[in-house]
Design a protein around this ligand. Structure first.
Ligand code: ATP
Length: 198
């Protein structure tokens, strides 16, 4: 049987439990051999990113540490210019000709699919998996270039935006991000977080 490789694209600013639950549910429920956090270099759909790619990579590495099914893929950070998933999927297909690729994204991110660069090309290279996210709905089938797989995951109302706010305001962050991410955020002095956890 061919290897089944899952890809969770994102800014990961910072990575949180929502991301890990999505990755784990996709792995188990779609029978994936591995899931990679694909850290975006220049996420052009998000406007300016405050945190450097190097720091976001470091946080992503912290998030997957200790999980043998998860790893970080840094190719989009190494590539110059805006991040287009189509380029990434073309590259991965060439590298792993026998693997089946699954590109996983939340309903909020999926709503932007019609605006993606070369979205048909991206859909030709991977199966797109749309996971449920609180406060969002799946995009209508007729705005997408091809069918997607829908996956229901436990609904965790956590986002990177909310985590940045919580770190900056000195609110609780433990259990919302892995301990290693919490420590790395404080060590790197990101989001105005205090050096030691409350
Ligand atoms: P932001 O606060 O800027 O919206 P984010 O929390 O969505 O950030 P990203 O790195 O942009 O973080 O997310 C990467 C992928 O993970 C996206 O496809 C997003 O939809 C999905 N995702 C993030 N958080 C959740 C969640 N709680 N439940 C389901 N999917 C999620």
């Amino acid at each position: 049987m061919s290897r089944r490789l899952g890809l969770l694209g994102g800014t990961f600013d910072p990575p949180h439990l929502g991301h890990l639950v999505v990755a784990e549910c996709a792995r188990v429920e779609l029978g994936l051999d591995e899931v990679r956090l694909l850290v975006a270099g220049e996420p052009w759909m998000k406007g300016a990113t405050v945190t450097s790619a190097a720091d976001r990579l470091r946080l992503a590495e912290a998030a997957v540490s200790g999980d043998r099914h998860l790893r970080v893929d840094d190719r989009e950070v190494r590539r110059d210019g805006p991040t287009f998933t189509a380029d990434t999927l073309v590259e991965l297909r060439a590298e792993e000709p026998d693997a089946e690729l699954f590109f996983v994204l939340g309903e909020d991110a999926a709503a932007g699919l019609p605006r993606w660069e070369r979205v048909e090309e991206a859909f030709a290279k991977a199966t797109f998996v749309v996971v449920t996210r609180p406060g969002h709905a799946a995009p209508a089938a007729d705005v997408l270039p091809a069918a997607v797989v829908h996956l229901e995951v436990p609904q965790l109302e956590v986002s990177s935006t909310e985590l940045r706010r919580r770190f900056g305001a000195g609110l609780a962050t433990r259990y919302l991000v892995p301990d290693a991410v919490d420590a790395a955020v404080r060590e790197l002095g990101l989001y105005g977080a205090a050096a030691t956890a409350p």
